[in-house]
Design a protein around this ligand. Structure first.
Ligand SMILES: [Cu+2]
Length: 148
């Protein structure tokens, strides 16, 4: 007879532990998504994302971010690649731009640095197979334009 109440008492505690593990896992995967910078993959390790900025020494004015997408060693064609460019200080609307695919898997995003200072480029790519990739590219110290 005393066995049954004991067993009942144990069950909620075990459930609580399981819930705690679930929460920890959810937080861990969220922070992976939130700071998708660097070479780590957000959607899988077989997806290769690289980007270059031209001009390399960023100044206020026009710029082009070139994004290369490869999946399992093959160029990813037909992706919808978008840019959201933010400055590090508040109160400024982001600069938005869409990419055009120059050659298979190579996407050019033309936009303008509208102010000198520190910028954060958020690149998102929606792949034809439904995958979605987001990367953050920091561009610190954009210099005033009109020097050239
Ligand atoms: Cu600004």
């Amino acid at each position: 007879m005393p066995v049954e109440p004991l067993a009942r008492r144990k069950t909620p505690a075990l459930r609580g532990a399981a819930n705690a593990v679930t929460v920890v896992l959810a937080v861990a995967s969220f922070s992976l998504l939130a700071c998708g910078r660097g070479g780590g993959g957000t959607g899988g390790s077989d997806l290769d994302f690289s980007s270059t900025l031209a001009p390399a020494a960023a100044t206020v004015g026009p710029a082009t971010l070139t994004v290369r997408l490869r999946e399992a060693g093959r160029a990813v064609t037909g992706a919808a690649v978008r840019l959201e460019a933010h400055m590090s200080h508040p109160g400024m609307a982001p600069v938005m731009a869409d990419a055009t695919e120059r050659t298979p898997g190579v996407y050019d995003i033309s936009f303008h640095f509208t102010m000198q200072g520190d910028w954060v480029l958020l690149v998102s790519a929606a792949l034809p197979n439904g995958r979605r990739v987001e990367r953050r590219v920091d561009i610190p110290g954009v210099r005033p334009g009109g020097v050239r």
